[in-house]
Design a protein around this ligand. Structure first.
Ligand SMILES: Cc1ncc(C[n+]2csc(CCOP(=O)(O)OP(=O)(O)O)c2C)c(N)n1
Length: 272
């Protein structure tokens, strides 16, 4: 197991602890997006606790904000705060780690949770970088169910129009959303074609839970000039816990004690 993959499995352990303590959260989407977040925060982005107020830091927006749980674990492990605080207090009264990303938690750039806003905010940040002649890049992570929100298409159009090659979107394409498959709930057909039509450079990642493939995709995106890039990451919802994989019911399921023990055991085996 390489270092990034190991990190993503350690983060899965934090997520399972956090979900079990809080009996809340969105475990399925957390486990599908965690490899994307790991690669971005531990490899790709120019972002760290020391730079959190640096105007040249890369910006990150979790537009599929219901997966704040995963982001809080990543920011904690990256040193923005003690991860234990997030794991132990997530979603509890008085905690700064509430159910959706909130700027009270260090490192969070934008409140989110109402789907469909991150891309447009990211377009604004990327355009601001161009106007201010700053070198930072903006990264936005979207869900495939979230792509039913019409505002995304305005964001895509504007990013293409302004040729924002300092903007990189990622679609966590796990084929499922809250109550079934994306195809059943609101079929957005080929997202790759839609991004291309709006003037984007499209990079498909066949295994969006593979840290190596993701790393290469973000390198390609950073090198591409003249168009914004989108990484379409084909992921598995619930990835890493056998009984959660590819099950819409684990969008925000609560584990029984037995299921929690099994999840911990499976992650221990993976990390051996
Ligand atoms: C505007 C808005 N409508 C509805 C919701 C409720 N909601 C939360 S998660 C979700 C499904 C999102 O699916 P997807 O983007 O595919 O997320 P993932 O499967 O990666 O968790 C919905 C509809 C919301 N948060 N915001």
């Amino acid at each position: 197991m390489d270092d990034l993959t190991r990190k993503s499995y350690e983060l899965r352990r934090d997520i399972i602890e956090m979900m079990h303590n809080s009996r809340a959260g969105h475990v399925g989407g957390d486990l599908s997006v965690i490899d994307i977040l790991t690669v971005l925060y531990f490899k790709t982005m120019n972002a760290s606790p020391e730079k959190k107020d640096d105007p040249n830091r890369d910006r990150f927006l979790l537009s599929k904000g219901h997966c704040a749980d995963a982001l809080y674990c990543v920011l904690g492990e990256r040193g923005y705060y003690d991860v234990e605080e997030a794991v132990k207090t997530f979603s509890q009264f008085g905690s700064r780690f509430i159910g959706h990303p909130n700027t009270e938690a260090p490192g969070i750039e934008m409140n989110s949770g109402s789907l469909g806003h991150g891309l447009s905010v990211g377009v604004g940040m990327a355009l601001a970088a161009k106007l201010d002649k700053r070198a930072y890049r903006t990264y936005v992570v979207l869900g495939d169910g979230e792509m039913a929100e019409g505002s995304n298409y305005e964001g895509m159009m504007a990013a293409g129009h302004y040729k924002l090659d300092n903007l990189c979107a990622t679609v966590d394409l796990n084929r499922l959303q809250i109550s079934g498959t994306t195809e059943e709930v609101m079929d957005s057909a080929s997202l790759a074609d839609k991004f291309r039509d709006f003037g984007w450079n499209v990079i498909e990642v066949k295994d969006g839970n593979d840290c190596k493939e993701l790393t290469q995709a973000y390198e390609k995106a950073a090198a591409y000039k003249g168009k914004p890039s989108v990484v379409i990451a084909h992921t598995v919802k619930g990835k890493g816990i056998s009984f959660m994989e590819d099950q819409a019911s684990w969008h925000h399921g609560v584990m029984t004690e037995e299921q929690y023990q099994q999840a911990v055991q499976e992650l221990e085996v993976a990390l051996r």
